[in-house]
Structures are given as C-alpha cells and as structure tokens.
Write a new protein. Structure first.
Ligand code: NI
Length: 169
C-alpha cells in the first residue's frame, strides 16, 4: 500500500470529469487500498479518485467513529434522491481548513460496484448521504467551495494559493 499525493484547490485537475472504471482488476484494487490508506492517514471521511489525480469513477468513504466501515463505490449512480434537502457544514481534504454550508439531499440511493466488482445498492442518509454527494461531485469535477458565492470562493482561492506558495518555499 502507498500514500497517494493529493491535489489541492484551485488545481484545475480537480475540475476533470472522471470516466467510468472499465474493469475492477488488480490495478483498481490497488488504487482502492491506496486511497483508503490515504484517506485514513489524512483523517478524512471520504476521498474521490479525482483528488489523487486519477480520473475514473471511484470513491472511498468511512463515516464511522471506529474507522472500520469502509464503503467503496465504483461507477456510482444516483438512482433516488429525497425531496428534502438540508444545509450541512462540509470540508474537503483538497481544501484544508475550510468549512462551509452546502445544500444536499437528506437521503440518496446509489447503485455502484463494490471493491470486488459486485453490483450493490446503498441507501444512505445523514452524514453518509452528504459524503456520497460530496464525493460524487468530485467525479464530476466539482469541489464543494464552487457552491459558495464568488466572493467567498475567491477569498478561499487566494488563501489556498498563499498557503501553497508558503509551503513551496
Ligand atoms: Ni472533497
């Protein structure tokens, strides 16, 4: 297993639209294991392949307290969304230190392949539902801060670029 380097906002590669995974083979299983390790190490609750510069439809999530309930979704598709929505505070490993409210469906049903390539259907609500929507946005090339006002987004962009410059010194 290996830790994978993350892309950070406003890296334009985060705006890439991911392609479907064509086969759940050894390469994909290795990627899943590496993404899980990277997510746990970074203390994140979700990670999309987009964030490690792999533009294929694959996300890993673990919203459990014990960090032992990994959810792997390959080629996820939203098949149902609740009529109710809510504003939730979100953060992202690609936008460290920034938290803000985003409107999301309260519950969703997703069909996908699991880590073994088996078809599965997941009904999610609460934090898991929010996380699935956040990670699926990454696969469409969308980072959560892009829902915020242009003013806020620009402020965040400047802050991130400044931090990245200081880190590079
Ligand atoms: Ni994110």
């Amino acid at each position: 297993m290996a830790l994978l380097p993350l892309l950070f906002f406003p890296d334009p590669r985060l705006n890439t639209v991911a392609k479907p995974v064509t086969a759940v083979d050894h390469r994909i299983r290795t990627l899943v294991a590496d993404m899980l390790q990277t997510m746990y190490e970074a203390k994140g609750i979700g990670l999309a392949a987009t964030q490690v510069d792999v533009h294929e439809r694959l996300i890993v999530i673990d919203v459990s307290e014990q960090r032992d309930q990994a959810v792997v979704l390959i080629n996820p598709q939203l098949v149902w969304t609740s009529p109710e929505t809510h504003r939730n505070e979100e953060g992202c490993l690609s936008v460290p230190g920034i938290y803000d409210g985003v409107e999301r469906f309260d519950a969703v049903t997703v069909s996908a392949l699991d880590a073994d390539g088996k078809a599965c259907v997941i009904q999610a609500d609460g934090l898991l539902a929010v996380c699935i929507q956040h990670e699926m946005d990454h696969l469409m090339g969308k980072v959560f801060v892009e829902y915020l006002s242009p003013l806020k987004r620009n402020r965040i962009k400047k802050k991130m670029l400044k931090a990245q410059r200081e880190e590079a010194r």
